[in-house]
Write a protein that binds this ligand. Structure first.
Ligand code: C2O
Ligand code: CU
Length: 459
């Protein structure tokens, strides 16, 4: 339980971070430019981290000995060639979540790298791909375990005409740590496999409740990743001025003032945060209570503090452009499909279903065409929230059905994850520009592992 783990990991002595210290500068993956290609090395391997002085270290799995893994940052148009080595005791893949790259480089469960083996991942980032992505394992049946043991890293693609390049940036990777009484990463319980795993600690860049400084009036650009298995994070900065400026696949057209953002597992957001500080409001970043469907019981009544924010010196507020970028609406679809999420609690072998089935490596669920605009209706007939995710491209949500009626999505945005609450529906459009098998699945990783996944084969 929570109390036991608090004793295991006191204060913010998390993952080698100084207690309560400021957020670290992101660790970058060293890249070497050769003949116009950026070359790097990524290794997945066990890593022991002392969480307690003198205590037994906690056994993690990590990319390049770091939790989260090293950040990868490239420009649109650049080509990455990465030598990947698997030193885990299990097969794994590296999936480039959200990136529009060739299917055979995308770490599909079909392309597992066996324990002790290596491969190269090589891809070019097409024009227009600037956005906030991440990478994580995607082996069949072991994705959740590999992610909760520490395997995840961020991937940022920049545009040469970035309208927010003048703002200082902060990157916040939110992950979930669940420890047992010995301070070791706990295996998934039966409840975790059903509801999705939540730990005692939501970590930010590998640290528990770190602090940062925000100047009075200072405007910063925050990129936030939800790398937890299963938490829908309702993020708020009650004391500050917050504008939504970007989603998974890059900037939206105009800034939108927000009181909170709902970030489902797997999703990312870009925010323009201006330090205001109000004596009557908490100054930090909080996760507000959110009831994840009917399975989750009563809403917790307490907000969860994620990051402490201290007031820095007054700073002139940088301008926020009225036009951030262009998000061209996708034309009318030529294909329409339905994806129904359901649960069968009486059948432990096939509990989480898409169109009545669980994932089969050798089955193609839908056949698509390169360049064709598709519209998918995601219909959640289950009892809990299931965040829908599609590989290989970004999509635009066009409408949402809240149980009463369809409502047009108020603004255009590129996303690759959308939360679908129980008894609700979402319509989205996309175009796959490259051929090959593309996975679609629930991004509660325990559900993905349980087979809540299908394959769109683009030809
Ligand atoms: Cu973030 Cu199919 O994955
Ligand atoms: Cu799910």
């Amino acid at each position: 339980g929570g109390e036991q783990a608090e004793a295991v990991m006191p204060g913010a002595q998390a993952l080698g971070m100084p207690s309560g210290g400021p957020l670290p500068e992101g660790l970058r993956l060293p890249l070497e430019r050769k003949d116009g290609v950026l070359h790097g090395c990524l290794t997945a391997a066990p890593l022991n981290l002392p969480l307690l002085p003198g205590g037994k270290p906690t056994a993690f799995w990590a990319y390049n000995d770091s939790v989260p893994g090293p950040a990868i940052e490239l420009l649109e148009g650049e080509t990455l060639a990465l030598r990947f080595e698997n030193r885990l005791p299990q097969a794994t893949t590296v999936h480039w979540h959200g990136l529009p790259i060739p299917a055979d480089q995308d770490g599909n469960p079909h392309d597992a790298v066996p324990s002790g083996q290596a491969r190269e991942y090589r891809f070019t980032l097409p024009p227009g791909s600037a956005g906030t992505y991440w990478y994580h394992p995607h082996p069949h049946g072991h994705t959740a375990e590999q992610v909760y043991r520490g395997l995840a890293g961020v991937f940022v693609v920049r545009s040469r005409n970035d309208t927010l390049a003048h703002l200082p940036e902060r990157w916040l990777v939110l992950s979930d740590l669940k420890l047992d009484g010995d301070g070791q990463i706990a295996a998934n319980s039966e409840a975790d496999r059903m509801d999705g795993r939540e730990g005692q600690f939501v970590l930010v860049n590998g640290a528990w409740q770190p602090r940062l400084t925000l100047g009075m009036g200072e405007r910063q650009r925050w990129r936030v990743w939800n790398a937890t298995s299963a938490r829908v994070l309702k993020l708020a900065l009650p004391a500050h001025e917050v504008w939504l400026v970007g989603t998974d696949g890059g900037l939206i057209e105009r800034p939108r003032r927000v009181e909170y953002v709902l970030l489902p597992p797997g999703a990312r957001v870009e925010l323009a945060v201006t330090g205001r500080f109000a004596p009557d409001k908490p100054s930090g970043l909080l996760a507000l209570p959110y009831a994840r469907g009917k399975m989750m019981g009563p809403e917790q009544d307490k907000a969860l503090p994620l990051v402490g924010i201290e007031a820095g010196a007054a700073v002139a507020t940088a301008a926020l452009p009225r036009r951030l970028g262009k998000v061209a609406a996708l034309p009318k679809p030529t294909v329409r499909r339905r994806v129904v999420f359901s649960e069968d609690m009486a059948n432990p072998a096939a509990m989480f279903l898409i169109n009545g089935q669980t994932f089969d490596m050798d089955r193609v669920d839908f056949v698509g065409k390169v360049g064709q605009v598709e519209e998918w209706e995601i219909d959640n007939q289950a009892d809990m929230d299931h965040p829908f995710h599609l590989h290989g491209t970004q999509f635009q949500v066009t409408e949402r059905h809240d149980g009463q009626g369809w409502k047009k999505e108020p603004f255009l945005a590129w996303r690759d994850v959308v939360n679908v609450p129980p008894e609700q529906k979402v319509r989205l459009r996309f175009r796959q520009e490259l051929p090959g098998p593309r996975m679609f699945h629930c991004h509660i990783l325990e559900h993905e592992d349980a087979g809540m996944m299908g394959v769109l084969d683009v030809r």
